[in-house]
Design a protein around this ligand. Structure first.
Ligand code: FPP
Length: 233
């Protein structure tokens, strides 16, 4: 089976999963964090090289403070509890997004895990945190403008390849497959630049229920696609 090198996931549906069970939304996010560990293990088993997960968007700050706090707490808990095992399994942790805008505890736990796992190479778990696709493009444009103003960059030479070098993770290949759970047919400001030719897969399955069978369905769908990158030859 043709396996995507880079899989990106919009992990949607934690809230609905909890509501269906009469539980608080935070319980859905907790179940979602368990699904992160499970999904990572499955991706690693199938030989996926990079797994990028949309864990917290620039828009998620608009949620009630208690929910934001629960998500940040879960992130710290996840990193503290799972990092030793991830490290043993050769997982490299990375992050994209405005990490400087995260609460201190989350930012410290995240940056420590990123530097501690920098030498690992089996799979890269790339967590999108305080991430927005438009913010990423705006941040790139701002840094390009600064370099141009400083005389380090010729504005006439800014093409797609140069622009892409200013994105958050210029060394990572674009995602081959983008999965969205819980049925919504939108990108929600995720990897806007990088998804230009990415194959999309949407499932009604809610993120906490996204298990091996669901992951295999997404991979099988991808394997059956004919990728042309705008080329009809
Ligand atoms: C969407 O569900 C999910 C999120 C906004 C956050 C994703 C977070 C996790 C999976 C858990 C924490 C992550 C890590 C890496 C430990 P929703 O709340 O929008 O669901 P709804 O649309 O049903 O309300």
């Amino acid at each position: 089976m043709k396996i995507p090198r880079h899989v990106a996931i919009i992990m949607d549906g934690n809230g609905r999963w909890a509501e269906q069970r009469g539980l608080p939304r935070s319980a859905g996010h907790r179940a979602g964090a368990d699904a992160v560990s499970r999904g990572l293990a499955i991706a690693q088993e199938f030989g996926v090289e990079i797994l990028t997960l949309y864990a917290f968007s620039t828009e998620n700050w608009k949620r009630p403070a208690a929910e934001v706090g629960a998500l940040m707490g879960l992130l710290v808990e996840f990193l503290t509890a799972k990092m030793p095992e991830m490290h043993r399994n050769g997982v490299r942790l990375r992050t994209v997004g405005r990490s400087s805008g995260l609460p201190e505890a989350a930012r410290t736990a995240l940056l420590n895990a990123v530097s501690a796992s920098a030498g690992n190479g089996t799979i890269t778990l790339n967590l999108a945190l305080n991430y927005g696709g438009r913010a990423e493009i705006a941040d790139a444009a701002s840094r390009i403008a600064a370099d141009a103003a400083a005389g380090k960059l010729d504005p006439g030479k800014v093409d797609e390849a140069v622009f892409a070098k200013y994105l958050y993770a210029p060394d990572l290949p674009d995602p081959d497959l983008l999965i969205r759970t819980s049925g919504e047919m939108r990108l929600s400001n995720f990897l806007l630049w990088e998804s230009a030719y990415t194959e999309l897969y949407v499932t009604d399955c809610l993120w906490p229920d996204f298990d091996r069978a669901e992951f295999e369905k997404a991979l099988a769908s991808y394997a059956g696609r004919d990728r042309r990158f705008g080329n009809h030859a």
